[in-house]
Write a protein that binds this ligand. Structure first.
Ligand code: MN
Length: 286
């Protein structure tokens, strides 16, 4: 076990943004790619490679993303990750029609809830929700948190170019605040009216487009008054500049040596404990 057990160090390593996908959602994505039916040009840039690619890497990413059991835990052991927080991968159910999205979010949450129940010391999870149906999206976290023991909800940033500063989405924030759980904004590829110059240079995805898109989303939320209206709301923004929470972004990024490199950071054990463990425990109430 390369960077394995916790016995030798005074903290657990919690990776807070680890991706999974259900077989149903992957099949829907693959159909949308083949038919060009997403109705959203940015979906192609985000998913064509991993959705349909036949290279060894693409196949491995798909297999790892589908696994919520032994293979994933084996990879965590090999990399020295004690706990993964599981997020239905971007863009989740957000491009589907509202009825399908609501149903698939609930089924996905049931499925990941089972994995957490089977491996409570290795997995925690956030709920998928369908922001295109704001009232349903505001209800699902309660079911997911109280019944399935999930730790918050993930929204994959803009929904067909709509940002969460739009008041129709605010019931979602109200629900999260009332439940005392965070909303995790995971980046998305930028919407059509933003992606042009990035796409032309191959900079549209995680390399930079995610940071542009999610950074703007953060600022729209700060400027909208959401944080004044819901002062106890906690939000997490993925792929940010300040990695105050540790994440691997498995399986998109899976370099087993990554933890060892982070361990070489010139930080005290106390700061490493905050980075790897206690910040995540505080935000997600683990
Ligand atoms: Mn990610």
């Amino acid at each position: 076990m390369a960077a394995g057990g916790t016995a030798a160090r005074p903290y657990r390593r919690i990776a807070t943004e680890e991706a999974w996908i259900s077989a149903e959602l992957l099949a829907l994505y693959q159909g949308m790619l083949k038919e060009g039916s997403a109705g959203h040009p940015c979906f192609d840039s985000l998913w064509r490679r991993y959705g349909l690619g036949v290279s060894e890497r693409c196949i491995a990413v798909r297999e790892r993303m589908l696994d919520l059991g032994a293979r994933r835990i084996g990879d965590m052991d090999a990399a020295g990750i004690d706990v993964q927080i599981l997020l239905l991968t971007t863009p989740g159910v957000q491009l589907l029609d509202a009825e399908t999205a609501i149903a698939l979010a609930a089924v996905s949450n049931d499925q990941v809830g089972q994995a957490v129940k089977a491996h409570p010391d290795r997995f925690a999870a956030l709920a998928a929700i369908a922001p295109q149906a704001p009232q349903a999206a505001a209800k699902e976290p309660e079911r997911a948190v109280t019944r399935l023991k999930l730790k918050g909800a993930v929204i994959n940033s803009h929904r067909r170019g709509e940002y969460l500063d739009d008041r129709k989405f605010w019931p979602i924030f109200e629900a999260a605040e009332a439940l005392h759980v965070p909303i995790y904004i995971h980046p998305n590829t930028p919407p059509p009216d933003m992606i042009g110059p990035l796409l032309a240079r191959g900079l549209d995805g995680a390399i930079y487009g995610f940071a542009v898109e999610c950074g703007m989303h953060l600022l729209t939320i700060m400027a909208s008054g959401i944080l004044d209206r819901f002062p106890k709301l906690r939000m997490v923004f993925g792929h940010g500049a300040d990695r105050v929470l540790s994440a691997m972004d498995y399986p998109y990024q899976y370099v087993p040596q990554e933890v060892a490199a982070m361990e070489r950071m010139p930080l005290s054990d106390q700061d490493k404990k905050a980075f790897f463990q206690s910040n995540a425990e505080s935000v997600f109430k683990l």
